[in-house]
Ligand binder design. Structure first.
Ligand code: EPS
Length: 382
């Protein structure tokens, strides 16, 4: 079983990721992890912290001579901002000099304060912060190392910023560098400038803007996931994983919501058989039927709401005086949709690696490769 946990606050000393269940023999290094973390920092609309935060990586366990040992892999991502927060985020007994009492609508602030019985929103927001997705990116990178050994590539691109939508063009695995080179990580060169303008307009209005990302997984064989139990359905696991990313409010597979509006004769992917085995005439399902991968490209979309930290704050209530107040302002991003595409990639990669490890087992990456080859040749001979 593949599993991971993260720990750490946004302005604490570091984030920590522990991944267990990785087979032995996977190539892992600081440079590879750092390169993936750098992708998550991409995107027009991120705040100043992305300029100063370095994401310094340290591997604490599970790797020897550049390869996994089969033991838990522990990775620390240092917060280079920590020295500035040393007193406000001190581990030692004490109290805050600046408790945050006016929770931001839309953020975890108020529900978290009610749940954990605190009058200082910093007790909540430090962990609710999307900074935590840096730790998930480490897990996603490790998952991608497994997937790379079995011919699976997971990519993402931005398909909408605010009301600016990209055309329906879809990048392939070879297009990822081009997508990453776009300031908004879109594959539609025509929409790019309008997306940037939408972010700039939100910035000038001291507002924030959301959008939609699409994740594509190439090379997933048929048979990953299962129809036999609710929690073994691949789409259910993927939806939960992507929905757990901060600010995601909707996830759809294939034609998703649009599919609800058409008749059955226009909603499914008709089946052919040829030299390449079973193929589909259309790509409406998103590559999953009955909770099982079909062998077609896997496709899902996630909608991200605009970030809830506004420079022109919304109305709220002071949790101590109960008087009307305006929400506190934290330094924040205007738009994090391009980075969220990368995080969605990581979560999809994670679920696919976990499900494929469940299918194949294997203590070594060689054993996983062998099981994958056997699975694929059985499918080819079906
Ligand atoms: C975030 C607020 C900003 C973002 C941060 C997430 O942090 P700060 O308040 O320190 O400027 O930069 O994102 C990251 C640090 C990151 O690595 O993604 C928030 O409130 O969620």
């Amino acid at each position: 079983m593949l599993r991971f946990l993260t720990a750490g606050e946004s302005h604490g000393p570091a984030l920590v990721t522990i991944v267990e269940g990785l087979p032995a023999g996977i190539e892992v290094g600081v440079a590879g992890i750092a390169a993936e973390l750098a992708r998550r920092r991409l995107g027009h609309g991120r705040g100043r912290r992305m300029d100063i935060e370095e994401d310094r990586v340290e591997i604490l366990g599970g790797v020897r001579f550049g390869k996994t040992l089969g033991s838990p892999v522990a990775v620390m991502v240092h917060n280079t901002e920590w020295p500035r927060w040393r007193s406000e985020m001190a581990v030692e007994p004490g109290a805050s000099e600046r408790p945050l009492r006016s929770p931001r609508p839309g953020h975890a602030d108020l529900p978290g304060m009610l749940k954990y019985d605190t009058r200082d929103a910093r007790d909540i927001l430090e962990r609710a912060s999307a900074r935590e997705t840096a730790a998930r990116t480490v897990a996603g990178h490790l998952a991608k190392q497994v997937l790379g050994e079995v011919g699976v590539t997971v990519i993402s691109h931005v398909v909408a910023i605010g009301d600016v939508a990209a055309r329906g063009v879809r990048p392939g695995p070879a297009d990822m560098a081009a997508v990453d080179a776009s300031p908004v990580r879109t594959f539609d060169g025509d929409a790019e400038a309008r997306m940037i303008a939408a972010i700039d307009a939100a910035h000038d209005a001291r507002d924030t803007v959301g959008g939609v990302v699409e994740v594509l997984a190439y090379g997933v064989p048929a048979g990953v996931g299962s129809h036999v139990q609710w929690d073994r359905r691949l789409d259910a696991a993927l939806a939960a994983a992507v929905m757990s990313i901060p600010a995601i409010k909707a996830v759809e597979f294939g034609d998703g919501w649009a599919g609800a509006a058409v008749l059955g004769s226009r909603a499914h992917d008709e089946i052919d058989f040829g030299p390449n085995g079973f193929t589909r005439r259309t790509q409406r399902s998103g590559g999953i039927e009955g909770g099982i991968s079909t062998g077609e490209t896997l496709r899902l979309r996630a909608a991200m709401k605009p970030l809830s930290t506004l420079m022109r704050p919304l109305a709220t209530v002071d949790v101590v005086t109960k008087e009307p107040a305006v929400a506190f302002r934290e330094r924040s991003d205007v738009c994090a949709v391009p980075a969220t595409g990368v995080v969605a990639e990581e979560m999809v990669a994670w679920v696919l690696a976990a499900e494929m490890m469940r299918l194949y087992g294997g203590d070594t990456i060689a054993a996983v490769r062998l099981a994958d080859a056997a699975h694929r040749s059985r499918l080819a001979a079906f």
